[in-house]
Ligand binder design. Structure first.
Ligand code: R2B
Ligand code: URA
Length: 308
């Protein structure tokens, strides 16, 4: 396994077939090595933030622009992937913001193309953070969880990829020092509770997360509680749908990675997301505030080093 926090580390692809391509078209981004000058467009990227919704990733770039006083935050940032409606991508200074949709297949496709994009752009020392939403287990709604390990629905820290009909198991560790730095940032911000814990990544929002309110349900409320209690005992603090493949693919490419998700509800108390729109909206701002603060702090440290 690559070490993730090397100085001047490149973003690795591990595919000898890419060398035989005359040009590579990143279909779901509508960007390509033959049609775009990727090093010029993306070579300065140091922080990549990914999240499910295109709208949230646009609002994140506007927030970061304002926080870093980089450009006029009221500017209408163009969607770099305007040639497709699969994913949206925005950039300000060294920060790239990309949407990934819902679920493992959607984020995996996006990450294949994002990792190649960072590789072709010769980016170095890139930190990547998923900012998202989740269901908490035994936590006050609005608590932010920084993932220690992403675990599957049987609480194992692994991601299973089926390739040529065979199951390949990949590890789902995330960078422990980055998680601690983010926790420290939350303390400095002092605006909401943040904890480090395991995140369960599921293949579905309803039956896959032991909900009682899907179109189908073949278990009792007691079964649900027993399962979530077992998850909590295994160190699971929250449940979402992308962290396992995100961690696995970032490990393979040598990217320093973290997952920061706010909990929208306590799953021990219910299944429906029935809090007001305003409350849910405010909760969703928390991961972006935390990551915005982290990026600002990192850039300040860098500029202080450069001035010496
Ligand atoms: C969190 O929220 C989405 C489901 O509502 C899913 O993408 C996730 O991981
Ligand atoms: N996202 C999930 O995947 N689960 C929840 O309960 C809430 C948000």
């Amino acid at each position: 396994m690559e070490h993730k926090s090397n100085c001047s580390s490149l973003v690795h692809v591990r595919n000898p077939h890419l060398d035989t391509l005359k040009e590579d078209f990143l279909y779901h981004f509508s960007l390509g090595t033959g049609t775009h000058n990727l090093p010029e467009m993306f070579g300065d990227v140091k922080f990549v933030c990914v999240g499910g919704s295109p709208w949230r990733m646009k609002s994140f770039i506007q927030y970061v622009a304002a926080e870093l006083a980089l450009e006029d935050p009221s500017l209408d940032y163009p969607n770099i992937c305007a040639g497709t409606d699969r994913y949206a991508m925005y950039k300000v200074g060294p920060v790239l913001s990309v949407s990934h949709g819902m679920g493992i297949p959607s984020i995996a496709i996006m990450l294949h193309e994002l990792i190649k994009l960072l590789h072709y752009s010769h980016c170095t020392d890139v930190t990547i953070i998923r900012i998202g939403t989740s269901g908490g287990i035994g936590l006050e709604p609005g608590t932010v969880v920084v993932t220690k390990q992403s675990v599957d629905a049987t609480f194992q820290p692994r991601f299973e990829q089926v390739t040529l009909g065979k199951t390949v198991v990949r590890n789902t560790d995330l960078d422990p020092s980055l998680a601690e730095e983010l926790l420290q940032c939350s303390k400095e911000l002092g605006q909401f509770e943040t904890v480090i814990g395991n995140t369960m990544c599921t293949l579905d929002f309803y039956e896959g997360q032991a909900r009682l309110d899907g179109a189908f349900c073949s278990y009792t409320e007691e079964d649900k509680h027993a399962y979530l209690t077992k998850a909590r005992e295994a160190g699971v603090y929250n449940i979402e749908m992308e962290s396992s493949v995100f961690a696995a693919m970032c490990n393979l490419s040598g990217l320093r990675a973290a997952v920061v998700c706010v909990t929208l509800l306590d799953r021990l108390k219910g299944d429906q997301l029935s809090s007001s729109h305003e409350v849910l909206h405010n909760y969703q701002l928390r991961p972006q505030m935390l990551v915005g603060y982290y990026i600002k702090k990192q850039l300040k440290v860098k500029s202080e080093h450069a001035a010496k």
